[in-house]
Design a protein. Structure first.
Lengths: 131, 366
């Protein structure tokens, strides 16, 4: 069974969101379940720093040995940072999906959007249904 | 309920991710498909390929039967154990399956794909009616492929009593010791062996190989290895809708002085002009070529012709994407040709090359 940290929020398309301590920056990545389904990740295409993204909008692509999958942004805002390490080490998405394998950070426009996202419990149920 | 090989429990104990493959539960990988790929290129990996179908062809007319059944000519097999790669064609020259035929001490042995087992056996039985032959499937034999630059040395280390037999094998030859058969063949572009083992002995054999450092590898890396090696996958790169001439398999068609199924269709296609061919594509950008993507070829007069990627993947050895694609014959794979592939709605320029892409761990295409 894959790891699903209790303190994060989730999208049904298998992205996770962490609200950082400043209260307005969120970090986004894909879940352990997602990386397991994808298999070895070979390329990650990330949004440009400074670009504005709406909640639910396509923000990048992750290519694995098996398939290409869109990455959706769970919340809207301005991209403040992307994980450059993924360019040379895309396997971080597989080995450490919740920490070193993060994708991008967004300065969130409306913190209330976070409440619409799935809790760890709801996401766990979703993953179990998919198995 | 899927079929399981005699190694199923061993795979489960090794943490394999098991997936359905042609009605069999087979290992996709044991952790990382890319690491398994690199292991085969650098040292030695092993694959459970027991799902493949083994058929013995016996009887007074087995030679005549196979000369009629197969597009390649078994008369090329001049000594015991020698193996031949061939297509088995229908009357239209379409590829029913690709297979390996071994010349055994008496008669012949075929290894055919698992996904095509039923139609292959039905076709072979139908053609056998005109000949004095018997077909005997050998489901009690498991099969393990050990591949990589250190594969042969490691099999010898695991099976010291078999070292002389293994050393005596020439490339594309298989020799028996009782029911065991050691074949110097493979599907990875590396040296190595495929070993046929009685199913009640195969777990012990697998664990002995693991003990000398051979790493279990799944079908995921088997696919990236064979594609780098420019080897076709039946059902993706060719099927009944195309001939060997359209599938980079012209070298396996031996016209010779005999009749074989599909011969007249092949000769007719040759004289009329072959409508398409299978080439290699290379994309050195951060995107991946994948099966069924559309290929666009711009002709000299500015018009466009369309082809299709038949298999594509990220090449772990090269660090970028390679593919096989069926394209119009107007394009050349010998003179730095290019074409375009539609990837996720965008046209991307790719190089057209002659496969293979990788052999013995090194880039080989130009």
């Amino acid at each position: 069974m894959s790891t699903i940290p209790g303190e994060l929020k989730y999208l049904s398309s298998h992205e996770w969101v962490r609200l950082e301590s400043d209260g307005e920056t969120v970090t986004i990545g894909v879940t352990d379940h997602a990386q397991d389904l994808l298999g070895d990740v070979v390329f990650v295409e990330l949004p440009e720093v400074g670009s504005t993204i709406a909640a639910g909008e396509e923000a990048g692509v992750v290519e694995s040995v098996k398939a290409a999958s869109d990455i959706f942004s769970p919340v809207g805002g301005v991209v403040t940072e992307i994980n450059d390490a993924l360019e040379d080490a895309p396997e971080l998405v597989n080995s450490d999906p919740y920490d070193d394998g993060w994708f991008f950070k967004i300065k969130i426009s409306d913190v209330k959007e976070l409440t619409d996202l799935m809790t760890a419990e709801a996401y766990t149920e979703l993953c179990e249904e998919e198995l | 309920m899927n079929a399981k090989t005699a190694l199923y429990e061993v795979h489960q104990n090794s943490g394999a991710k098991l997936v359905d493959f042609g009605g069999w539960d087979m290992p996709l990988h044991y952790g990382s498909q890319i690491e398994e790929h690199h292991t085969v290129r650098a040292s030695a990996g092993m694959f459970d390929v027991s799902h493949m179908t083994i058929v013995d062809v016996q009887g007074a007319q087995s030679r005549e039967y196979l000369r009629y059944l197969l597009a390649n000519d078994v008369d090329k097999l001049r000594s015991t154990g020698k193996a031949l790669y061939s297509g088995m064609l229908d009357e239209n020259g379409g590829v029913i399956d690709d297979l390996i035929v071994y010349r055994m001490p008496v008669d012949y042995r075929l290894v055919v794909n698992c996904g095509t087992r039923e139609k292959d056996l039905a076709w072979m039985e139908k053609q056998a009616k005109e000949f004095d032959v018997q077909l005997k499937e050998r489901p009690e034999l498991s099969m393990v492929a050990i591949q990589g630059p250190e594969a042969i040395a490691k099999v010898k280390a695991a099976m010291p009593s078999q070292a002389p037999l293994i050393e005596s094998l020439s490339v594309f030859q298989g020799l028996q010791d009782g029911e065991w058969m050691y074949c110097r063949t493979g599907y990875t572009g590396e040296d190595g062996l495929e070993v046929l083992v009685p199913e009640d002995k195969v777990a012990e054999f697998w664990l002995a190989l693991e003990a000398v450092g051979v790493k279990p590898c799944g079908l995921g890396s088997r696919d990236t290895l064979r594609l780098e090696a420019g080897m076709n996958l039946y059902g993706s790169d060719m099927d009944e809708s195309v001939t060997p001439l359209q599938s980079n398999m012209a070298w396996t068609v031996s016209i010779s002085d005999r009749d074989f199924i599909g011969k007249s269709a092949i000769e007719a296609q040759k004289s009329a002009g072959v409508p398409s061919k299978l080439v290699g594509l290379v994309l050195e950008k951060r995107a991946v070529l994948r099966g069924h993507q559309k290929v666009i070829v711009t002709n000299k007069d500015g018009s466009e012709s369309v082809g299709e990627v038949t298999s594509g993947t990220f090449s772990p050895t090269l660090g970028y994407s390679v593919a096989l694609a069926r394209v119009p014959c107007t394009i050349s794979e010998n003179s730095g040709g290019t074409c375009e592939v539609e990837i996720r709605g965008k046209r991307v320029s790719v190089a057209v090359v002659k496969p293979p892409f990788v052999r013995n761990g090194k880039k080989v295409y130009k």
